[in-house]
Write a protein that binds this ligand. Structure first.
Ligand SMILES: Cc1cc2nc3c(=O)[nH]c(=O)nc-3n(C[C@H](O)[C@H](O)[C@H](O)COP(=O)(O)O)c2cc1C
Length: 342
């Protein structure tokens, strides 16, 4: 253990204490992908795995948490989507299993959901898409934040990770733990965000080609072939239908999504759909398209959600090797910076 490792440990200390793991590296929840195998492997390797509940009904989440617990005695979290119709039941399932950390994604969480999670004693992590919202989330009782930029895979906001980090970290990082996500592919970037005040990071794309990850081999091959410029955001084709963009590798599905938007916009026009239902339909569409690619291996008509760091995914390898490499790179970067002459 050299100086770089010591410094890394120090910079991550609040994060590791908050999460209860060795490295403050969260495996960002990925629908269909972040299930028992990947989640337990990340936690067993010293990171912090997070189950993606996505569109799962409560019974399935119940089984998934129990199965994950059977594969690791380390802490892990559960990611719930705020717009899930059974959110209350899902929160209760987490409580039943004493899940230590709940991540709420998909929009600002309601006070009711926050209270319910806190009453059960779990630590609550939420996404802060802007400084004002970060402060609001803190006031509402959220324990830690993820600041995720548009380089990330999956649903994205409009602002880059580097800008969000500069905007939010100096004002919030001292008061609560903040994890940075989006576009992180190497340890040097982890070191940089830690030096800016983050207590840890969250990565998704880098874990997709882990040996333990159940994603179909076609999905993994697409990642191994993909470059940063291939991971593009979906385009909103109708201004009346605000859809959250999704970053994925370019394929035929990109066009199918335009057609789906036209279909839903048409139903909105005819008054056959309410806006909330229209948006839910779009979300179901994504869940289905992602499943086709991840589980069935249909990487033509399915959605290959991937972040811009996809170009840094070089091989299929065990989670422990991915984490060890990230840690070594971060420690080396910190050593180098400490040794640079003034
Ligand atoms: C295939 C895929 C699926 C994802 N699904 C979800 C999800 O269901 N819920 C969520 O909060 N984030 C989801 N994400 C975002 C990740 O949790 C994570 O924040 C993101 O991947 C971090 O950025 P990176 O991809 O640049 O590492 C997904 C990302 C990917 C690549």
């Amino acid at each position: 253990m050299g100086r770089g490792h010591d410094k890394l440990k120090r910079l991550m200390a609040r994060g590791t204490e908050f999460l209860g793991c060795d490295y403050a590296i969260l495996g960002g929840a990925m629908s269909w992908i972040s299930e028992r195998n990947l989640v337990s492997a990340i936690s067993n390797a010293g990171g912090f795995g997070v189950i993606a509940c996505g569109a799962m009904p409560p019974e399935l989440l119940d089984k998934e948490i129990a199965a994950t617990k059977a594969m690791t005695d380390k802490p892990f979290g559960v990611n719930l989507i705020t717009m899930h119709p059974d959110l209350d039941d899902l929160i209760d399932i987490c409580a039943k299993h004493d899940v230590s950390h709940v991540v709420l994604a998909g929009g600002l969480p309601s006070g009711k959901a926050i209270d319910r999670i806190k009453q059960h004693g779990a630590k609550l992590i939420a996404f802060a898409p802007a400084l004002a919202l970060a402060k609001k989330l803190k006031r509402s009782g959220v324990d830690a934040l993820v600041v995720e930029g548009m380089e990330a895979g999956g649903h994205i906001g409009p602002v880059s990770t580097s800008v969000l980090a500069q905007e939010i970290l100096p004002h919030v990082a001292e008061e609560m733990p903040v994890f940075v996500a989006g576009g992180i592919g190497r340890g040097e970037a982890i070191a940089a965000y830690l030096e800016m005040g983050a207590v840890g990071v969250q990565l998704g794309t880098r874990f997709v080609c882990a040996t333990e990850c159940i994603a179909h081999e076609n999905f993994k091959k697409a990642f191994l072939r993909g470059n940063a410029r291939d991971a593009v955001p979906s385009v909103q084709i109708d201004p009346r239908l605000p859809v959250i963009p999704v970053r994925a590798l370019k394929n035929k599905e990109t066009e199918a999504f335009a057609a789906k938007q036209r279909e839903v916009a048409d139903l909105l026009d005819k008054g056959e759909l309410e806006m909330a239902e229209a948006q839910l339909q779009i979300e179901h569409y994504w869940a289905g398209a992602l499943k086709r690619a991840v589980i069935d291996g249909d990487v033509e008509s399915g959605s290959i959600m991937a972040g811009q760091s996809v170009g840094m995914v070089k091989r299929e390898e065990p989670v422990a090797d991915i984490i060890a490499e990230l840690v070594e790179e971060a420690a080396a970067a910190l050593t180098m910076r400490a040794e640079q002459p003034a």
